[in-house]
Design a protein around this ligand. Sequence first.
Ligand SMILES: [Zn+2]
Length: 335
Amino acid sequence: MDVTPTGTATGRAIDSSATATTTSTGKVLVVGGTHGNERNAPWLLEAWAAEPGLLNAAGLAVVPVVGNPRALAEGRRYRDRDLNRSFDPALLADPARVDWEVERARALLATHGSSGKEPCLVAIDLHSTTAAMGNSLVVYGRRPADLALAAALQGELGLPIYLHEGDPRQTGYLAERWPCGLVIEVGSVPQGVLTALVTEQTRLALEAALALLAEARRGRLPQPRRLVVHRHLASIDLPRRPDGSPAALIHPLRQHRDWQPLRPGDPLFLRPDGTTGAYRPPVGLGENPVWPVFINEAAYGEKGIALGLTAREVWPVEPQWAHALFALAAGLVAV
Ligand SMILES: [Zn+2]
């Protein structure tokens, strides 16, 4: 059975069981500028610092933080390495690693981690993308509390969800290091460019997330009956010449078509001579349609990724997801 993310599932509220308990308290960490060339979220953080009332935090204590202030000041994605691939526990534990971003990841965890000086239980990491992802969520793995929050946000706003899991080429995401965490990803917007639409979409998704966390803290959470996820399958690159330079472009019929099905034989690349390169499934993917994400994301060129391929799946929402979030959210500090 297949449903679209918006408006097809009947909402319901799940109440906390009397047994939901928590052992720790903390705030909600809101991170912008994890990538220094994504300026819309840092602009919002600055506005909220000057006038806190501009953010409706739903009564929760929020800690706004610029993820990578040095990279932001320099207008680049990172200095030494991608901060949002620098939270791998083995990397953080290696004393020989002293890259700026690894040190920054350690500092963020020491200060704002769930056992840090100013503990936070939830991390909302705000990103923007040059791909036409719209207003979307990225969830890493299948932690029940993450899925509960993502399902509630999808039920409320209809946001599509990229479930980024099982990708050995990409690990060490910030949101994974907090007990509950996800990414709000908004695009398309060029790197380094501020737009009113992207800042507004970011603010709306964040405020909805905070309102839902406040509901979860009260032991109530609206949950749709089904969750639509786009589960990561593989990443593919542009065709390349022997010297590594691109031998083709993303086909114009595919550019800006994130979240739309791609079938074997569909146009995917455009060569310099005007001929079309068709989509051929990578080994192991079979002939099923796939749903591309992050098509032509500028920052992924260096990673050899022209687009991600996902499977669109519809999952029943499990009541234990919400209960996991209740147990955690009961420890969220109110203001
Ligand atoms: Zn980013």
